[in-house]
Design a protein around this ligand. Structure first.
Ligand code: ADP
Length: 495
């Protein structure tokens, strides 16, 4: 396996027009293993001129790609999925090495989702269609869907290859060509994946990958006059900057941003299942997920017994070496993220939140890595740890009395990406489904993601829906066609 033979850092280039190249500036940057602090790759650092070359390659490839029959694009996307599936162990190991996430998650969540995403969009590409629209007076009207053009895609570091798949799948299915900028912390798997893109037979220039930093390569992609659309996943504050910047060229923008999902436990829920799943709702991927169920609301009548189950279960979660299959929680992804999470734990303590478990860096054999204990605070609604996105293994818990209060507390937040309700009462579930302002409501489950189902945010959690057939619309323009059928019906000009 790649990682076991990794005795020295990998050397990775910029992928433009089907070839790996060096950056024009000659600059490189280092990529680390967050579990050990070791340098695992030296990567060519893309900047404005490299982005420009990548955009030119994508533009050159656009004509033929957009005109390829959907069935052809579908075959290639399925091939890509097959190639990734055949190498999923290798890619999972690289993902764990670079992000610190446990192997079990890289394999079954990250690679599982990435493969299935390409398969879903391989099928979806053949379902792109317009509609016919009845119009009066001897005319015929219909709509056509056309690919937007060259799209810039900027992705984060928490699920690197899955996020790349979520972006590439719908864009390629729609017939767009792409310049993708991975997060500077985690460019490894997507650059390795570029080899599979070539092997699958996707033509040169259709996908270009430019590793680099947000303020340089990312900003250049957003500014570029020949990029028709930007799709971004990341922090809400970065999304706002990108939207502002994209306004200069009036690019289309779709954004999948932060969250602070409320996870609500009613007294009539299956408490055992709710307690265990609520732990994973927040601790999956060390809490570094935009859908993370980081605000837990528990009905006061069951609060003591529920909290006992939750805290007991959370204490047993195995934190450890990400490369071992038995590990449940690994390292957080970067020093910057580690510092941010630890500072929120301090903020929680200063605000007077009661620490029920965790709260520390993991020491001993893991002291060189960025490991944090699963942490649970008893909090109050307005505390910063209960309002702001921590993006780490930190849960805040607040009590509520009844359904009305649960709705009020759940919606009292700037974000609206995901949410969950636990109850055995259909009426309670249905009322909550209607009243919660969020793009996803899970009922008696959490983190259940299907590529058939749209995914995206209300409020400051984003614009647009990824996944499902709706995701294609992020990459398509609608052209309306109105034809005079020659019936000589009177028109507005009296002709
Ligand atoms: P984080 O701060 O947690 O790394 P970001 O939202 O800043 O999250 O990063 C997500 C992605 O956005 C990364 O690929 C990053 O390089 C990119 N990015 C950051 N700042 C900008 C920017 N000003 N313009 C374009 N892309 C950016």
């Amino acid at each position: 396996m790649t990682t076991e033979t990794l005795t020295q850092p990998m050397e990775l280039g910029i992928f433009i027009d089907g070839k790996f190249e060096n950056s024009l500036s000659g600059k490189t940057f280092k990529v680390y293993n967050p579990a050990t602090g070791e340098v695992i790759a030296n990567v060519q650092e893309g900047d404005r001129e490299d982005i420009n070359r990548a955009v030119m390659a994508a533009r050159k490839a656009f004509g033929a790609w957009s005109e390829m029959p959907a069935a052809g694009r579908s075959i290639l996307l399925n091939k890509l999925a097959d190639l990734l599936e055949a190498k999923k162990e290798e890619f999972a190991a690289l993902e764990s090495l670079n992000t610190g996430k446990p192997m079990v998650e890289s394999l079954f969540v990250d690679m599982g989702l990435a493969v299935d995403c390409f398969r879903f969009f391989a099928s979806a590409s053949r379902l792109i269609r317009g509609e016919t629209i009845p119009v009066p007076s001897g005319h015929f009207a219909y709509t056509m869907k056309e690919p937007i053009g060259v799209v810039g895609q900027i992705i984060p570091w928490n699920f690197p290859l899955t996020m790349a798949a979520w972006k590439l799948g719908p864009a390629l299915a729609a017939g767009c060509t792409v310049v993708l900028k991975p997060a500077e912390q985690t460019p490894i798997t997507i650059l390795k994946f570029a080899e599979l893109i070539t092997e699958a037979g996707i033509p040169q220039g259709v996908v270009n990958i430019v590793p680099g930093f947000g303020e340089t390569a990312g900003a250049a992609l957003v500014d570029h006059e020949d990029v028709d659309k930007i799709a971004f996943t990341g922090e809400t504050k970065t999304g706002k900057l990108i939207m502002e910047r994209a306004a200069k060229t009036l690019k289309k923008v779709s954004l999948e941003l932060g969250g602070k999902a409320p996870n609500i436990i009613f007294e009539d829920a299956d408490l055992d299942m709710a307690a265990k799943t609520s732990a994973w709702a927040v601790f999956l991927n060390q809490g570094q997920a935009c859908v993370s169920g980081s605000r837990l609301y528990v009905q006061e009548s069951i609060y003591p017994q529920f909290m006992e189950k939750l805290v007991d279960y959370s204490k047993k979660i195995r934190v450890g070496n990400p490369m071992e299959m038995s590990t449940q929680i690994g390292a957080v992804s970067s020093q910057e993220q580690f510092d941010k999470i630890m500072s929120y734990i301090e903020i929680g303590k200063e605000e007077g939140a009661k620490l029920l478990t965790g709260g520390n860096k993991v020491g001993g054999e893991f002291s060189k890595g960025l490991f944090i204990e699963p942490t649970i605070f008893e909090a109050t609604q307005k505390m910063r740890i209960n309002q702001e996105e921590v993006f780490g293994p930190v849960l805040s818990v607040v009590k509520f009395k009844d359904l009305n209060e649960a709705v009020e507390l759940a919606n009292d937040n700037q974000y609206g990406l995901a949410s969950a309700v636990w109850t055995s009462n259909l009426l309670t579930a249905n009322t909550m489904i209607k009243k919660i302002k969020a793009g996803t409501v899970w009922v008696n489950t959490y983190n259940f993601i299907c590529h058939e189902v749209p995914f995206g945010g209300y409020k400051q959690s984003g614009i647009g829906r990824e996944m499902g057939l709706q995701a294609l619309d992020l990459y398509l323009e609608t052209k309306s066609v109105i034809v005079d059928m020659g019936a000589n019906t009177p028109n507005w000009y009296g002709l």
